[in-house]
Design a protein around this ligand. Structure first.
Ligand SMILES: [Zn+2]
Length: 350
């Protein structure tokens, strides 16, 4: 892996950013998790922050699911939900992430903690309002549903998501194990969303191939694809995604951890870019994969020789692919433009 010039590293750290694919429950800080576990007397396999960091770090998929569920299981009250959302937004603000579209699995939280969906959303919205006021950063929610659960229950969740489009819900998502659970199973939930004008943003083409992405486009009317990197296995699909400029939410470190790419240096990001696909860069479950959005930019710049112009283009593309109402999107694009303009002029521009 190449090293970055100091000025490019400083540029990436300081530049304004936009994130489209990051999970709220996958972003819980180890420190916060330890605190919540102590408060609710939940046994975790670690007692100190250092031990917890070690346990948190990615080993394999089964371990990842264990960590994910243990973390989600420490969220017991609306105040906990507000706390993780506030932590998350503080972390985004520290990276100069101006706007985040955040995936949240409200139905799993309801199953684990019994907190009603409305109370969860209200808690997140308290954190959202505080972050906008205190840090000037915004967020909206992609409400997703795990594929291995009940498609009928998902229809109910979709109705709830639609009812909350004025309260911060900006998309309907689909997560969980992709293999064995094709998009077509969830057509009814996404039809509810589509009828109400709530955009469809499913995961597809991560651990499954081109058929899954095609299913997401055809059966779920996807306007963006979570991951989508395996589209490269099918030239016809690549042509369609390129012609329609469907944004892909690419998360390289996550792909390496989950074995979708053998290493960061071998990640297909450069091929996706060279093919003319609409690429955005994202962090997915940052502390669990030992990354941040800033790290994804730094690592991509170092591994693939991206310059300041390239990283700026990626940020602008992410801003343009947000699901914000037109006036808010124009405001975000202007903030991004001004943010780049304010960066030191000595910085190389390509
Ligand atoms: Zn994801």
């Amino acid at each position: 892996m190449n090293t970055l010039t100091e000025s490019l590293e400083a540029y990436v750290r300081a530049m304004p950013k936009v994130e489209l694919h990051v999970h709220l429950e996958g972003s819980i800080r180890p420190e916060t998790l330890l605190e919540l576990a102590a408060r609710h007397r939940v046994e975790l396999p670690a007692r100190t922050v250092d031990e917890l960091r070690e346990w948190y770090a990615f080993r394999d998929f089964d371990h990842f699911v264990e960590v994910y569920l243990a973390a989600a299981g420490c969220i017991r009250t609306p105040a906990d939900v507000e706390r993780i959302a506030a932590d998350f937004l503080e972390g985004q603000a520290a990276q100069n992430v101006l706007h985040s579209e955040v995936t949240y699995t409200a139905s799993t939280q309801r199953m684990l903690s019994g907190i009603p969906l409305d109370d969860q959303l209200e808690a997140i919205n308290r954190a959202r309002a505080a972050a906008e006021r205190d840090h000037g950063v915004t967020m909206s929610l992609t409400i997703d549903y795990p594929r291995h659960l009940d498609p009928d229950e998902f229809v109910g969740v979709a109705h709830w998501a639609v009812d909350n489009m004025e309260r911060g819900v900006s998309a309907l998502g689909l997560g969980g194990p992709e293999v064995g659970y094709p998009p077509e199973l969830f057509e009814r939930a996404f039809a509810v969303a589509s009828e109400a004008g709530l955009p469809s943003v499913p995961h597809a083409g991560e651990t499954e191939g081109a058929e899954s992405i095609r299913g997401a486009l055809r059966a779920l009317d996807a306007v963006r694809i979570g991951h989508g990197v395996r589209c490269l296995e099918d030239p016809e699909l690549v042509a369609e995604l390129r012609d329609r400029q469907i944004p892909l939410e690419v998360c390289p470190t996550s792909n390496v951890c989950l074995g979708v790419a053998p290493s960061f240096g071998e990640h297909p990001l450069p091929r996706l870019l060279d093919t003319g696909l609409y690429v955005t860069l994202n962090s997915d479950d940052p502390p669990m994969f030992g990354t941040t959005l800033t790290d994804e930019y730094l690592k991509a710049a170092a591994a693939f020789g991206l310059g300041a112009g390239d990283v700026r283009d990626l940020v602008v593309r992410a801003a343009e692919a947000t699901l914000l109402p037109p006036a808010d999107k124009a405001t975000l694009l202007e903030r991004v433009r001004q943010g780049f303009e304010a960066l030191p002029k000595s910085t190389p521009l390509s």
